[in-house]
Design a protein around this ligand. Structure first.
Ligand code: ADP
Length: 396
């Protein structure tokens, strides 16, 4: 089957066409500046990227351009629209309504709409993508895969905040967690890769990208994760603060004469390693800065790595032990420096780093020594493939 995987934002739309039997990506790309002017990036497997400026006033036109590119005589990956068997949509927030992926129906759309206030930047954009596909491909089945679903197995003690209970009852203020598709994919693959029984395992996944989160997975089920009501909680990230003393918000608001939106903007966009280093949110720049003797860049890497190690300690307690730790996403897959710093904190668990193996970039690898009590590995994430697999499983 050919599955079109869509990740739709307010002005952009990422897509991949995946053959579910071979799990090969047949073509992939991106529509940018939807509603502004419009640019299509298209790449058939094994070919160069193509760029096309093309008017896309709405997401419907963007999808139409994607289909035209996919079925193009010369560079198309398929001959006609009917070769797309299903569409898998990344949906960000499923609230407490969705603990797994679903076939998209009008009832599902209504339920996802109800979750919009929990993810006002993401869910409405995701639903626009669903509506656009429905218009262009009315008869093709569609599946929604939620970022929050994998974390719905967290127990109450992990998801409740120490706030008046009525906020949970009235407004569903609780911890939800994000990157669930990645945590699910990577934890499962870690067990497989290490020859462990997933249903009898204690795995910690560190998804370290621009957005970063950690999860504790017990016997294949998430029991805790570092992001909360929103993706702002937890680790120090590219530009997000992660955990802070909430009283800092009032303190900074008064000192800097900011309203709540101003403070939230600082916490989401001007903090994290970007704010700490005054240099960049990108670890390649921070590592270069550190090597040039930039003290703030070094601080940022230290703060980031220390927070990751603290969460691993906390989740080892939550799991009552740990069999394996997996690093994934941009920094997790490509950042030997951060991985080494984190592993150095974990000597008390019997973790021992293998420096040669830890030099890996983007490939699966065990990066702990053979006698390390806890196996540490790099497992590249693949959220699009995970969405394609879920889609096939549901429409079969
Ligand atoms: P997201 O999907 O959250 O935007 P990614 O998972 O793509 O993020 O990760 C992006 C980050 O990965 C970059 O900001 C950069 O910090 C880091 N990264 C990518 N490549 C490298 C590398 N070779 N060395 C160190 N860090 C890297």
């Amino acid at each position: 089957m050919n599955i079109l995987v869509i990740n739709c934002g307010s002005s952009s739309l990422k897509y991949q066409l995946i053959n579910s039997e071979s799990e090969d990506v047949l073509a992939k790309g991106l529509c940018e500046r939807i509603g502004i002017d419009g640019r299509l990036v298209y790449q058939k497997a094994g070919c160069d990227k193509e760029f096309k400026e093309a008017a896309m006033p709405t997401h419907k036109q963007a999808i139409e351009l994607v289909i035209t590119a996919l079925t193009n005589d010369k560079t198309g990956a398929i001959k006609e629209l009917s070769e797309i068997d299903a569409v898998g949509h990344r949906l960000v927030h499923g609230g407490e309504k969705f603990a797994s992926s679903v076939v998209i129906t009008p009832e599902v759309i209504a339920a996802v709409e109800e979750c919009c206030e929990l993810a006002p930047l993401h869910n409405p954009a995701n639903l626009i993508g669903v509506a656009a596909c429905k218009e262009v491909m009315p008869d093709v089945p569609m599946v929604g895969v939620f970022d929050t679903a994998f974390h719905q197995t967290m127990p109450k003690k992990a998801y409740l905040y120490g706030l008046p209970y009525e906020y949970y009852e009235k407004y569903k203020v609780r911890r939800y967690g994000f990157h669930g598709t990645s945590h699910s994919f990577v934890s499962k693959r870690t067990a497989e890769y290490l020859g462990m029984d997933y249903n009898n395992s204690k795995i910690i996944v560190a998804h370290l990208g621009n957005g970063a989160s950690i999860s504790a997975v017990l016997n294949g089920k998430c029991i805790d994760t570092s992001m909360g009501l929103t993706p702002l909680e937890g680790l120090v990230m590219g530009t997000r603060s992660g955990d802070i003393d909430p009283a800092i918000m009032e303190f900074i608001a008064k000192k800097e004469n900011l309203d709540i939106d101003g403070v939230m903007n600082v916490l989401n966009k001007k903090s994290g390693v970007q704010g700490l280093s005054r240099l960049s949110s990108d670890f390649r720049d921070l590592e270069a800065g550190m090597n040039d003797g930039n003290e703030l860049a070094e601080n940022a890497i230290e703060v980031f790595s220390y927070r990751v190690a603290k969460y691993i300690g906390a989740y080892t307690a939550a799991l009552n032990g740990v069999d394996a730790i997996a690093f994934t996403a941009g920094i997790g897959e490509n950042g030997p420096i951060v991985r080494k710093k984190v592993m150095e904190y974990l000597g008390y668990l019997g973790v021992a780093a293998d420096d040669e193996k830890n030099s890996v970039h983007g490939d699966e690898a065990v990066i702990s020594t053979p006698d390390s009590k806890v196996k540490v590995c790099v497992i590249p994430t693949n959220e699009e493939l995970a969405i394609a697999r879920e889609t096939v499983a549901l429409i079969r």
